[in-house]
Write a protein of this length. Structure first.
Length: 572
């Protein structure tokens, strides 16, 4: 038995107890059961790492199962995206890929048994009438007038439902439990409904479909799942889960011990929405550019954004597993991505808002190389050459004509308080020379189009004379003759407030500045970047070559996260 690789939690403690008592013969079998009606989101990552992680750490198996019981909302596109996302996170299910629809025949046979045993009946009330009789949290429900139908009559009606004789909504099959139960979920829940809709997997074979709460425990039992782990909203459903499997075990469908449902707190994350309905709205109303938009909290979007599976693993380990609902600030996820990317991302230079820097005393046509480390904490990764020339690109914010207090970058000569002209400021061109600002050129509108400076030939980084130059400013640059231009997308949080929709419609809380596209200048080595290669752009953050839009020799970069949590500082 392998040692668990992640921190202990109450679920692992339960499994340890089961193994110690020999329950299920020491076997651990879990499942990840998404509904194929949308793309997986950040919350699913927590469930994936939990379920697949438990199977890995206890030498068990985790099944990937599609709970495809609602044909009107399910598509093959969603199935494909889910498979891709789970694999991207680093997990494989081997031979254990299943669909709820694989078991429709068994589910139907179970339903006929429940009818015959007096545990289910066909109800012909309308949905509104059923709601009126259901009762409230403080008042018991009332029996349907159809609850006393005989088993023979119920079986005949159910078979005719299956044969397609009735319209949608005319009948439902309900479990017969207790309309006075304090748990509303036990007040004769519906377990089959009529839906004349084609299914992505079974086509037009069925016109009745099982309800999710009925199908799920049967799927677990068929697959011999030991620990059926789900989120807290299913806690009130556990009594029905157990009731159903006990009835079916009595009927000889399943053997004991039966699967055990265990609930944990779902992921509640600030600045995002994880509701499938809201995510679908964002896509369909074109507030984003599809399910894999890097601003979307989907795993497909996270991948394009440059988030890493290792970062998600660090995040899920850090927030832990508990029974108590709580909110996790998005900055925790972002910091986990920074930690992971800091270790793996090579350093590169990009100028996102370029303006020319002309070194007046550097010979025209002359060039040389400066050397920069690929990773400052990993000298074994070596250095790369940065071409240097008379004309460079620098960030526009690294020059100002009127410097504020504490500004140590480039500014031109100016009169001091005594009326004496002081020279322009000096800065070090990172990995290169110290330069002194001489002035600037402007266009007809007064916009700065070029900055002029002079350099000190004996100040090159790494040279014997470099230490003689003491400057406070250090700016990055690129040779204008060698840099490559590229589209860079600066992504930020999709929502501007921590709890979208709490005080108004959630769409009103969208961040209008969640994406800014700039025409940047990149160091030459970045031109060959392949899709999904990640880098730290010095000063700017971590960036990834876009999975979809990057082409050979023409990368498009997305900002994954900034170097620090600037959002909290600017908006906190």
């Amino acid at each position: 038995m392998s040692t668990p690789a992640t921190p202990a939690n109450f679920i692992r403690n339960l499994i340890d107890e089961d193994i110690a008592t020999g329950k299920w013969g020491g076997r651990v079998e879990t499942r990840f059961p998404p509904e194929p009606n949308g793309y997986l989101h950040y919350g699913h990552a927590k469930s994936i790492f939990l379920n697949f992680g438990l199977a890995r750490d206890y030498d068990g198996a985790c099944h990937l199962r599609f709970d495809d019981t609602n044909p009107e909302k399910e598509e093959q596109e969603y199935v494909d995206s889910i498979v891709s996302a789970v694999r991207w996170l680093g997990f494989d299910w081997g031979a254990h890929l299943y669909y709820a629809s694989d078991y429709f025949d068994t589910m139907y046979a179970c339903a006929e048994y429940l009818i015959g045993a007096g545990h289910a009946y066909v109800d012909s009330l309308s949905a509104e009438e059923m709601r009126e009789l259901r009762g409230t949290l403080t008042e018991p429900g009332k029996d349907s007038p159809y609850r006393t139908r005989s088993a023979a009559e119920n079986l005949d009606l159910f078979r005719r439902m299956k044969a397609g004789e009735f319209d949608d909504g005319t009948h439902v099959l309900r479990a017969k439990i207790d309309m006075a139960s304090p748990n509303i979920n036990l007040r004769d829940p519906a377990i089959y409904r009529i839906k004349h809709a084609a299914h992505h997997n079974t086509g037009d074979r069925w016109c009745i479909y099982p309800m999710y709460t009925y199908a799920h425990p049967i799927e677990d039992a068929i697959e011999n799942i030991t620990h059926s782990i789900c989120t807290l909203e299913f806690e009130d459903q556990r009594p029905f889960y157990d009731w159903l499997l006990e009835r079916l075990a009595e009927g000889g469908f399943f053997k004991r011990p039966l699967p055990q449902q265990i609930e944990f707190a779902r992921l509640n994350l600030t600045y995002v929405v994880l509701s499938k309905r809201k995510l679908i709205d964002l896509v369909e109303q074109k507030h984003v550019d599809g399910w894999d938009d890097p601003r979307m909290p989907t795993l497909a979007g996270a991948r394009r954004r440059g988030f890493t599976p290792q970062g998600f693993r660090l995040f899920t380990d850090r927030i832990g597993v508990s029974k108590a609902d709580s909110w996790i600030d998005l900055s925790v996820l972002e910091e986990c991505m920074r930690e992971d990317l800091n270790k793996r991302a090579h350093r590169r230079i990009a100028v996102l808002d370029p303006v020319k820097l002309i070194i007046d005393n550097y010979a025209e046509g002359h060039g040389e190389e400066c050397w920069a480390p690929n990773h400052p904490q990993k000298p074994e990764l070596g250095k790369r050459a940065l071409p240097f020339s008379r004309e460079l690109w620098i960030e526009r914010e690294d020059f100002t004509e009127v410097p504020p207090k504490g500004y140590f970058r480039l500014f031109p000569p100016r009169l001091d308080a005594a009326g004496i002209m002081q020279p322009g400021n000096r800065v070090r061109l990172r990995y290169g020379y110290v330069v002194e600002c001489l002035g600037c050129d402007k266009d007809a509108d007064g916009k700065v189009v070029a900055v002029h400076c002079r350099y000190f030939p004996d100040s090159k980084s790494g040279s014997a004379g470099a230490d003689a130059y003491k400057v406070k400013g250090n700016i990055h640059w690129l040779s204008a003759a060698h840099a490559c231009s590229a589209e860079v997308r600066l992504y930020d949080r999709l929502f501007a407030v921590p709890y979208p929709g709490r005080e108004r419609d959630y769409l009103a809380d969208l961040n209008p500045h969640s994406r800014t596209v700039v025409a940047a200048q990149l160091e030459p080595a970045l031109k060959a970047a392949g899709a999904e290669e990640c880098f730290q752009f010095e000063r700017h953050g971590y960036f990834v070559a876009d999975l979809v839009d990057t082409k050979p020799g023409a990368p498009v970069f997305n900002r994954t996260v900034t170097l620090k949590d600037t959002w909290s500082r600017e908006h906190g």
